[in-house]
Design a protein. Structure first.
Length: 127
């Protein structure tokens, strides 16, 4: 079980590093779309950068067995927020030029994050 815990946590940390690193480049079509449709300019670049920082922090916490539950909690907040925007009229499930792949990736990330959260929480209780 210990190897499975490490594999899941490292896979999830890799996911958040990959997603977070993208937030620090040029303008992001997702956040630009939300900013345009909502009329709130804070989404690009402010929320994009804040989301990137949160994703990198979640990844770093997931690497430490003692902090994995906290990393998974942060990840859950990020992904629930992302899915909320995908289900809103501000973004939608299908993004121009990307289709629904980003939405599907968020669902997969949520499933993995939930798995890590519950497995790690159980492991902490058993100690």
């Amino acid at each position: 079980m210990n190897i499975l815990r490490w594999v899941l946590a490292l896979a999830l940390a890799g996911f958040f590093i990959f997603m977070g690193a993208q937030k620090f480049g040029a303008e992001n079509v997702i956040f630009a779309t939300i900013a345009e449709r909502s009329g709130m300019s804070i989404f690009e670049p402010g929320m994009r950068m804040a989301t990137g920082v949160a994703e990198i922090v979640a990844a770093m916490l997931l690497i430490s067995p003692k902090l994995r539950v906290q990393g998974a909690r942060i990840g859950l907040l990020i992904l629930i927020g992302a899915l909320g925007f995908h289900l809103s009229p501000w973004l939608g499930i299908s993004i121009e030029g990307m289709g629904n792949s980003v939405f599907i990736m968020a669902l997969g990330g949520l499933a993995l994050t939930l798995a890590v959260f519950f497995i790690e929480r159980k492991a902490l209780r058993e100690k």
